[in-house]
Design a protein around this ligand. Structure first.
Ligand code: ISE
Length: 335
């Protein structure tokens, strides 16, 4: 059976997911696209056979041939789209962040619990990256002993116009919050944000780079250099320091050339290429699970936990001190 997907939001990620569902993913078709910008929705829909364009997400979800929803609108629009999908009991793949703060994530979690079953996979795609999966398997295997620290570097070429300090946390560091929780199988209990002098490449009003430190309930220290105007490329690295060794991913050593007195390779310039395989696997896993009537991958609990850490991190940024993270008890649906 082919799953008909409504894609909500046709910006950068939404348009890329439309292309993926249309040309890469098996067992799926794009039945509808939604955007507040009617022209943009129509342009994207015109490129896909049998795809209808809407400006209202709830209308698209009620349309013929729509079996599932992929939400790729900006974070603040996610809650309304998720609640509309729940009203139709449709499977959802929701781009990160689930919602921009803990209170709205809690409302989504309560609504999903009222459905009585999981329906949402959150788009923390790094869990589907081959290197991260290898690191996870190594840590789970225990050969290196217990992890003690996790060092991360999250570098982008430059921030897009309109970028804010909050986005450093909510859009960028949120990925390390999720992978740290997932790799370690621990919750983050406190956040501290430190700042070196700002890079002269950072736009006015954006403190970049920033250095975040997370403490976990298992006693692990996690640090993240978020460096979003590094200029040279898109680079995501993680190094686990364990009792009997270390393990690192993200060096991006693909093709290495030696010529004219130099050696080297290339560096990805953005997440669309660096994590292309992860996005492909994530969406395929979602479609396959949907076809089986199941929900897999990062859950609304994971989205909520990350949102709670983000909220603490934004406070830590503003107030300049360590901020504890308060989580509600984990509901049975997510255990
Ligand atoms: C963007 O929203 C992403 O999700 C990327 O993965 C991240 O690296 C980037 O910093 C964010 O702005």
């Amino acid at each position: 059976p082919t799953i008909g997907v409504a894609v909500v939001g046709t910006g950068r990620m939404g348009a890329d997911h439309v292309r993926r569902l249309d040309r890469v993913t098996s067992g799926a078709r794009v039945a509808a696209v939604v955007d507040v910008d009617a022209e943009r929705a129509k342009r994207v829909a015109d490129g896909v056979e049998g795809c209808a364009a809407f400006t209202d997400a709830a209308q698209a979800m009620a349309a013929d041939g729509v079996d599932a929803v992929l939400i790729a609108s900006p974070g603040p629009a996610h809650e309304a789209a998720l609640l509309a999908a729940f009203a139709h009991d449709l499977p959802v793949l929701c781009e990160k962040p689930l919602t921009p703060d803990a209170a709205s994530a809690l409302r989504v979690m309560e609504a999903e619990q009222r459905l009585g079953h999981r329906r949402v996979q959150v788009g923390f795609m790094r869990r589907y990256d081959a290197e991260y999966q290898r690191l996870k398997a190594l840590l789970d295997g225990g050969d290196l002993g217990r992890p003690l620290m996790l060092h991360n570097q999250h570098r982008n070429v430059s921030t897009p116009p309109g970028f804010t300090n909050e986005m450093t946390v909510n859009d960028s560091a949120v990925h390390e919050m999720d992978v740290a929780r997932w790799l370690l199988d621990q919750e983050i209990t406190a956040v501290t944000v430190l700042r070196p002098r700002p890079s002269s490449s950072a736009p006015d009003g954006v403190d970049d780079p920033q250095f975040l430190v997370f403490e976990t309930d298992g006693g692990v220290l996690v640090d993240v250099e978020v460096n979003l105007n590094c200029g040279f490329g898109y680079q995501v690295r993680a190094e686990a320091v364990c009792e009997r060794g270390t393990a690192r991913i993200g060096d991006g050593v693909g093709l290495v050339t030696h010529t004219a007195g130099r050696w080297g390779g290339t560096i990805d310039q953005d997440f669309v290429t660096r994590f292309e395989d992860a996005y492909d696997r994530q969406v395929q896993a979602w479609i396959d699970a949907t076809a089986r009537g199941e929900t897999v991958g990062p859950s609304v609990w994971d989205g909520y936990a990350a949102a709670a850490v983000c909220e603490a991190a934004v406070r830590a940024q503003q107030e300049g001190h360590r901020v504890p993270v308060d989580l509600v008890d984990r509901p049975p649906l997510y255990r």
